[in-house]
Ligand binder design. Sequence first.
Ligand code: ADP
Ligand code: MG
Length: 333
Amino acid sequence: MTEPEVSPPLAGLAGGVPTPPDVSRETLAVGDPAGGAPGETSFEDWADTPLAAASRQAASLRHATAPPLPRPPNGCRVIAVANQKGGVGKTTTTVNVAAALAMQGLSVLVVDLDPQGNASTALGVDHQAGTPSSYQLLLGEMALDQVVVQSRNHQGLSVVPATIDLAGAEIELVSLTSREHRLAQEIRGKFAQYDYVFVDCPPSLGLLTVNALVAAREVLIPIQCEYYALEGLAQLLGNIELIRSGLNPELLVSTVLLTMYDKRTRLADDVSTEVRAHFGDSVLETVIPRNVKVAEAPGYGQSVLDYDPGSQGAQCYFEAAREIALRAHREER
Ligand code: ADP
Ligand code: MG
């Protein structure tokens, strides 16, 4: 395999990129529930057995009986889920962490800021063109309470949907005053009833993401455990630094989550080591495995916690959400 080119933004990251993968698919374990790679069907077979059904039931019970999570000690936490790379798990993380927190009694709002509206789909809310959405909110045409809807499948979880109208907002915002502060102006101080607000960012560092980073106090960066995972991260961190120095001094990269981890590859461990060396304690101990149930759930307008609570993906997102809530409680008390 040829060595991929290391892009200049990587220079700021400790150790640069990991070495190319040494993936040996011959050693894949049959029936590994973390599976999902092409050709692996054993998990699907297993999923239909009585044992799997019992395991799902046990997981639901475990979720329902987990000790309650504390509310954030300093009021609502507003968290932008950002990474300008597409397909790294921003939306999946937003939806499943939000659902897991809501499931554990907290009040959660998801603001979908990606014109593709994937978070809206996954949470089972309408988002066809013309639906009151984050577009009207950003342009100041509607207030927060006019665009918020309750997620059909998740109690305690509200959503500001995104429609394709948002695709034009990036350009329309340019000519508006305080264009970077539009979202902050519309949501700050207006979410007393929520414990958590997650803003799902599009895969770019344009004005939509800037609005999310100005409105939020924290950034959650999902990092996919793959070869190019770290590429462009230095650029994101640079932008966060710029926003902190000029527009939002409180902004903090509080959480990094490793996603789509495949324990059968050495590469996943390399990425994990690299990310932990750079981000230290911000990296959650819980790692999200690559799991086919996680990918299937949005098709049913469900989080993976509802779709298949016994799956590894559901259990890990449940744990990740607990870690996010309990860490804040420990640190900010
Ligand atoms: P982003 O929002 O960063 O573009 P997504 O959350 O939409 O990324 O994820 C990209 C794709 O990867 C989606 O098809 C999603 O279903 C899939 N995916 C995300 N996380 C996992 C996972 N842990 N296991 C398997 N598939 C995943
Ligand atoms: Mg997305």
